[in-house]
Design a binder for this molecule. Structure first.
Ligand SMILES: [Zn+2]
Length: 270
């Protein structure tokens, strides 16, 4: 599933094509998206303003003809892709679930496994839960420590909680813990202040670098131009079980925590 860097990459790439565009019409090809004719009529005639990431989702902020704000929140899930095209036909592409006709170009929502969602909201308040985004100014070492509280969950599993830290996922949780030198089986609430600080820095560093490389390509992820990301080459531990640690040379180990794979170096992470 795309994590924060992949979704940020898609948002950045689509932004110049979508900002300021008028949505002439919108066709829903897949009834599973559960959008009604009423939803569709609200979007028609809207002009797209900001295009940004909200947690792991793409957010299109729009203004209706009546100058009302409307928000389209798109979750790519496993295989969803948003593809901008200057032409109405994309040869050879299947599994198109929705098409937006713009005053210049078309936006396709393609999704092989159909787990992706599109939601329409009329207030920004509905968007935000209590989770902190790792790039918001509210995300500080102190805030991270407060979020941990007295949790007895292992730190790796805790990092995947979307109600705490928005946008983190399995790949970057392992990577951040390696950079911070923290063993993934440690209990979240047991981290000392200097470890929380190190982890806070590592999370931002890992995510920022991944965004710079256009994300990590795994299974079906493609960016807004249909291209693969480059970060896979830079991964330190993820999916490298048995391969030498890039710091100490000993083999990277894999373990399963809450049904998810964790990769780490037992020698470098304590
Ligand atoms: Zn090592």
């Amino acid at each position: 599933m795309p994590e924060l860097p992949e979704v940020e990459t898609v948002a950045r790439q689509l932004r110049p094509y979508l900002k300021g565009r008028l949505i002439r019409s919108w066709r829903i090809m897949d009834p599973r998206l559960a959008l009604t004719a009423k939803h569709r009529s609200k979007v028609k005639g809207c002009r797209i303003g900001r295009v940004r990431r909200e947690g792991k989702q793409i957010l299109l902020e729009m203004n209706s003809l009546q100058k009302k704000s409307i928000f389209l929140l798109i979750h790519l899930r496993m295989t969803g892709r948003l593809i901008y095209s200057a032409t109405p036909l994309m040869p050879g592409t299947k599994h198109i679930r929705a098409i937006f006709e713009l005053d210049r170009g078309w936006l396709f929502f393609q999704d092989t496994r159909r787990f992706g969602t599109i939601k329409l909201m009329e207030s920004e308040k509905e968007l935000r839960g209590s989770a902190v985004d790792p790039f918001s100014r509210h995300f500080t070492p102190l805030r991270l420590k407060q979020l941990f509280g007295n949790t007895t969950t292992s730190i790796k599993t805790w990092l995947l909680r979307q109600d705490k830290l928005a946008g983190m996922g399995n790949i970057y949780a392992s990577e951040s813990l390696f950079v911070a030198g923290i063993n993934p089986t440690r209990v979240g609430g047991s981290l000392r202040d200097h470890e929380v600080s190190r982890l806070h820095g590592a999370i931002q560093q890992v995510l920022r670098r991944a965004i710079k490389e256009g994300g990590t390509t795994f299974s079906d992820f493609r960016d807004g131009n249909g291209r693969a990301g480059n970060y896979a080459r830079k991964l330190q531990v993820y999916d490298r079980a048995g391969e030498p640690c890039r710091k100490c040379g000993r083999p990277i180990e894999r373990l399963v925590q809450a049904q998810r794979s964790t990769f780490y170096c037992p020698n470098c992470q304590h």
